[in-house]
Design a protein around this ligand. Structure first.
Ligand code: GRF
Length: 201
């Protein structure tokens, strides 16, 4: 009888909220990953701040609820925490989320919030470094290497603890858009697995 034999899973089961503002390719990969491994966790909700973002359609197709939020919601702790508690969220994943996370939320989810950044931090990180701009800056500087960084989220922009990096060599004919596509492949390869393996405090 399977009642209490996997009881310990309940403590570690990840109930994930993904915060995303754009295309949502990472969000989709993470949703699919956990859908095929329900014993390790599940994506309970997508939190989005940009009406019309492609991530909304992706989530609907995959039957994951979407909560749309405004800057005002984000800065109202009671509203955000009530919403996250309603879904029983014990882990937040930022995947292309273009809004600063206020300190009350980084504190509440300390060690339970991961972000992915498409460069080898601390290089090409910090305020204003997001999306295609990063790859443009990397190519313009003549770098021979870039990659991805997965890190915990603290109050400092791109300044949390680095928990994983994967490098890639930049080819002489790479452009910002080919580099971006290759970085997305790396993200697909690693991000869902790192989230699954990450030990919650
Ligand atoms: C990714 O490159 C991620 O590293 C960065 O934003 C991008 C989001 O892409 N933080 P997508 O919306 O998941 O396709």
């Amino acid at each position: 009888m399977q009642v209490f034999d996997n009881y310990s899973n309940f403590a570690t089961m990840k109930r994930i909220a993904i915060f995303a503002s754009g295309s949502g390719s990472n969000a989709e990969n993470i949703i699919r990953h956990f859908a095929s491994r329900p014993q390790s966790g599940s994506v309970e909700v997508i939190v989005c701040n940009r009406p019309g973002a492609a991530v909304i359609d992706r989530a609907s197709r995959l039957n994951v609820p979407v909560e749309m939020i405004t800057a005002d919601d984000m800065n109202t702790p009671r509203r955000m925490i009530e919403m996250l508690d309603r879904y029983g969220i014990n882990m937040i994943v930022l995947a292309g989320f273009l809004m600063m996370i206020p300190p009350y939320l980084t504190k509440k989810y300390e060690g339970r919030m991961l972000n992915i950044h498409p460069s080898l931090l601390p290089a090409y990180g910090g305020k204003g470094m997001y999306g295609r701009r990063i790859h443009e800056a990397v190519i313009a500087a003549g770098e021979t290497r870039s990659g991805i960084t997965i890190h915990t989220v603290s109050e400092i922009c791109d300044g949390g603890e680095i928990i994983f990096q994967a490098p890639l060599d930049i080819a002489p004919n790479d452009t910002p858009s080919t580099l971006e596509a290759r970085i997305h492949d790396l993200e697909r390869l690693h991000f869902p697995r790192i989230i699954e393996q990450y030990p919650l405090p």
